[in-house]
Design a protein around this ligand. Structure first.
Ligand code: SF4
Ligand code: SF4
Ligand code: FES
Length: 541
């Protein structure tokens, strides 16, 4: 270990650490452009200069190793002047597109300029012109004039995605970032270069000119795109009403998790949020004269509870089949088992679409299972055979099918569904299965609710509601509780947190922010829902 002093504060770090790592341990932020902890050190931007006692020149904090007894200043007059000079140099040929730049408001050129106060340009010559906004891949637009040549993007494609699409061309002030010959920036992780570009040189095609960043709010979430469970932030716009044509969810950004996704996320997850604001059920529906039509919640819930009760009264619980979903949260799965399994005695409960094909995967983040909570459903004891349930529905043994979210779109599934009796669809988006339903219970999407997913390795991770349920749609837990009440079950849970407490034995606040690993729990596995308490009983009044 080395002990050093930074800005008068003592800190101990591992031998071989750099000064910038030591400053971070103390919570001191040193401005940087080229340094990124997830990639090799370029040491090219010189923005991270600090003063080290007994070294005559300023040293770059990202590259200089610590020594025992070292004394460092990150904010002496000499350091501030050095940074000001570097900024002036970087801004020589910068186009100052701020009013029309998507990065404006979260741009480190703006931020450091404001912090270090160079308000008057001394540059009178004409600026070097370079190629303006042009697409370099399906998701990324490059503006060469805005680039400060930090090479974060080229190092990302060389070291992280290992796809080598980008390079630096030409020399001196003619240097530009561009695609290597014959390449397109279309690797499965291409969107990460937008995040790491410290200026507005690389921008997101989907987000360009959609919303100024200062209108965005942010909430912590988990990507629902596959079973890896990448930690993300949802950036949403709550100042423009949805009905005014604005998209509520504006973009997804990766959130650092050292074990799950570090700094990155894949493009499929990043750009796969279209279902949040498109093709949604905005209210419950009932089939009338062979057409799905608007219904009040009371009507739809009465109808759903009525057909379920009738089937069970007349033919027993084996006449109902439930197809839960690996896209439901643990809390919703727990309640589903409680309402349909424990409460109604239904045993035909499955969750996996047997016709669903495995998706693209790699040996990095992307998993073949495109559902966020398969492991959670398995841990919860869901194991019914969905194909068998559909066959029973087609043969008439099952009279009522209650399907969550699934699009059972394969030829075989469609044929079976066509022969099935009553279909209740509980879901957020329209699909081929919902088209066949007699009752639609319009539910919310993951961005509109609280809950947890268990990723492929058994890490239980929390996501938080960023948005309100769209229009008249409702959170799944509310729908299930209303339905249960109509069928004589008095379950009282005020929110997802109550269900989590009963199922997992802790509050959300008590959770490890990095996620709970179920393998590390006492006894090594989850308590099955049927073994839990019977839910909180309503108070007498
Ligand atoms: S990168 Fe964009 S926001 Fe930043 S200074 Fe340049 S033009 Fe302005
Ligand atoms: S495009 Fe952005 S990330 Fe790439 S070198 Fe230029 S400034 Fe850096
Ligand atoms: S951040 Fe250290 S030289 Fe660029």
């Amino acid at each position: 270990m080395a002990t050093l002093e930074i800005d008068g504060q003592e800190v101990q770090v591992e031998d071989g650490s750099t000064i910038i790592e030591a400053t971070e341990k103390l919570g001191i932020y040193v401005p940087r452009y080229c340094y990124h902890p997830g990639m090799s050190i370029a040491g090219s931007c010189r923005m991270c200069m600090v003063e080290v006692e007994n070294i005559p020149k300023l040293a770059i904090a990202c590259y200089t190793p610590v020594n025992d007894g070292m004394k460092v200043s990150t904010s002496s007059e000499k350091v501030l002047k050095g940074r000001r000079d570097m900024l002036e140099f970087l801004l020589h040929n910068h186009p100052l597109d701020c009013p029309v730049c998507d990065q404006s408001g979260e741009c480190d050129l703006q931020n450091f300029y404001m912090e270090h106060g160079r308000y008057q340009s001394r540059f009178l010559e004409n600026k070097v012109k370079k190629r303006k906004a042009f697409p370099i891949g399906p998701h990324v637009v490059l503006d060469q004039e805005r680039c400060i040549l930090c090479t974060r993007c080229t190092r990302f494609t060389d070291e992280v995605s290992e796809t080598h699409e980008l390079g630096v061309f030409n020399r001196g002030d003619r240097s530009v970032i561009d695609l290597n010959p014959g390449k397109t920036l279309d690797n499965p992780y291409s969107g990460n270069v937008i995040d790491i570009c410290p200026v507005g040189a690389l921008t997101e095609r989907e987000f360009r000119f959609q919303c100024r960043v200062w209108y965005l709010s942010s909430e912590e979430s988990i990507c629902p795109g596959c079973s890896n469970g990448c930690n993300i932030s949802i950036h949403y716009n709550q100042r423009r009403a949805y009905k005014a044509g604005g998209r509520r969810l504006q973009r997804l950004k990766p959130r650092y998790h050292p074990q799950v996704n570090t700094w990155w996320m894949c493009d499929e997850g990043r750009f796969g949020y279209g279902f949040v604001d498109r093709h949604r059920f905005e209210f419950p529906m009932l089939r009338l004269q062979d057409e799905l039509q608007y219904a009040e919640w009371e009507e739809a819930l009465d109808k759903a509870a009525g057909v379920l009760k009738q089937a069970i009264d007349e033919h027993g619980p084996e006449s109902v089949g439930v197809i839960a979903s690996p896209r439901l949260s643990n809390e919703e799965l727990y309640l589903t088992k409680k309402v349909f399994g424990q409460g109604l005695g239904i045993e035909n409960i499955g969750f996996k679409n047997p016709w669903e094909k495995e998706g693209f995967c790699d040996d990095y983040l992307i998993k073949a299972d495109k559902n966020p909570n398969t492991r959670g459903a398995e841990e919860m004891g869901f194991k019914g055979d969905v194909k068998q349930i559909l066959e029973k529905a087609a043969s008439g043994d099952i009279k009522v099918l209650y399907v969550f979210l699934h699009d059972l779109a394969s030829e075989e599934a469609r044929k079976l569904l066509d022969q099935a009796g009553t279909l209740i669809f509980h879901g957020s988006n329209r699909n081929s299965t919902s088209q066949r339903a007699q009752v639609v219970l319009a539910s919310s999407v993951w961005a509109e609710k609280d809950g947890t997913f268990t990723n492929f390795e058994g890490r239980v991770q929390r996501f938080k509601a960023a948005l309100q349920p769209l229009d008249e749609s409702r959170r799944d837990i509310e729908i299930l509780l209303d339905l249960a009440a109509r069928m004589g079950q008095q379950l009282v849970y005020n929110n997802a947190g109550d269900l989590f407490m009963e199922w997992f034995g802790m509050t959300y606040e008590e959770m490890n922010p990095r996620g709970e690993n179920i393998e590390n729990r006492d006894g090594g596995s989850m308590p099955p829902p049927s073994g839990g308490s019977a839910g909180q009983q309503p108070s007498a009044n």
